[in-house]
Design a protein around this ligand. Structure first.
Ligand code: FAD
Length: 327
């Protein structure tokens, strides 16, 4: 069987690996200790936070067909959130819901979907790939110390575009196009509160501030009861302050979020910051995945389509359709 190494255990990598596992010998290599990539969840004591993707929608038939059984199995559930628009500290009104594609979340946290999809796959985790080199017979994935992580006939890179560009060998046919895809930054502040603020909404989209989003994460289905808020910085502000000290970032975000909630959030029991250097990609009109049959290299991920969970699925399925004709 052809050996395929998939770099990245986010949604794209896991969906692709599952699609190919009957026709190829697939190994998924992941750098971090959790699964699901930017569909990420952290637990601090009694508080739980989805600090990456907040929710997702299923707008295409293909993604709906994928999500439907997951809802039946209790891996995914709707999040009936009241979302409001806020500008200059004032609530402007409720965001109209998309009846056809309600907000969905994974259970018991966003990374629950990654964990579910990884079951039964061959996985090497906590193994960051530093380089992909060819040794005449096959590809070798090497770590920082040049130790071999795995060998394969085909390599698929599903890391965010700037990281994928660094990993893809120079002669990969789509390398130039991948290198041209930018991704925006995002600070995620996680606040665990002893007392729940009196809010008549579960999430707020914010304008005219350093922050653009607050979610009462503990209002999602299947979460622990302890009140957890997730606050996201705007992409411009996050990018401009990416390398500043956490205390400075936290105090600006806490002040901005306190103005929206009307509560003194500085008294939070838990306060943790996460820096997403590569959070979201803009909508693209190019191919939904990249494949170079001569070099036996490929790449996919949300950034091939746009910056959403559904895009990661669409890109992985597009690549799976191409590879199924070749493998
Ligand atoms: C703050 C934030 C908020 C978001 N909000 C939403 C939202 O509300 N709705 C929505 O639909 N989408 C949202 N998104 C986007 C959504 O999370 C992504 O579209 C989706 O999760 C991307 O999946 P992916 O598999 O393409 O990439 P990823 O999830 O990034 O997976 C790539 C994987 O590759 C691994 N990797 C990278 N480099 C290496 C290496 N060298 N070696 C080994 N492994 C490596 C990474 O650790 C990661 O696990 C948000 C993202 C962020 C960051």
């Amino acid at each position: 069987m052809t050996r395929v190494a998939v770099i990245g255990a986010g949604l794209a990598g896991l969906v692709l690996a599952r699609r190919l596992r009957d026709r190829a010998d697939v190994t998924v290599v992941e750098k971090s200790r959790s699964l699901g990539g930017r569909m990420a969840t952290r637990r601090y004591g009694r508080y739980q936070f989805d600090h990456g993707a907040q929710y997702f929608r299923a707008r295409t038939e293909a993604f709906r067909a994928f999500v439907g059984p997951l809802i039946k199995q209790g891996v995914v559930a709707p999040w009936p959130a009241r979302v409001v628009d806020v500008a200059d500290g004032k609530v402007l009104g409720e965001v109209a819901e998309e009846a056809e594609a309600p907000p969905l979340v994974a259970l018991p946290g966003m990374n629950g979907l990654g964990r579910h999809l990884a079951a039964g796959l061959r996985l090497k985790w906590q193994r960051p790939v530093a380089r992909v080199v060819h040794n005449r017979r096959c590809w070798r994935l090497l770590d920082e110390d040049d130790a071999v992580v795995t060998e394969a006939d085909w390599v698929v890179v599903t890391a965010p575009a700037p990281q994928a560009h660094r990993l893809l060998p120079e002669d990969f046919a789509g390398r130039g196009a991948v290198g041209a895809i930018g991704m925006s930054a995002c600070f995620a502040l996680m606040l665990g509160l002893r007392r729940k603020p009196l809010l008549d909404w579960q999430a707020a989209r914010i304008r005219g501030s350093e922050i653009r989003w607050i979610a009462v994460d503990s209002s999602k289905p299947g979460r622990p009861a302890a009140c957890s808020l997730v606050v996201h910085g705007t992409s411009d502000w996050s990018k401009a302050h990416m390398d500043e000290k956490p205390e400075q970032i936290e105090s600006v975000m806490i002040e901005a979020a306190s103005e929206v909630t009307g509560d003194r959030l500085g008294e939070a029991e838990i306060c943790r910051l996460h820096r997403w250097r590569y959070a979201r990609a803009d909508t693209r009109t190019g191919p939904a995945s990249f494949v170079d049959p001569d070099r036996r290299l490929a790449a996919c991920g949300d950034w091939c389509v746009d910056g959403r969970v559904e895009a990661a699925f669409t890109s992985a399925m597009d690549l799976a359709a191409s590879l199924e004709k070749i493998l």
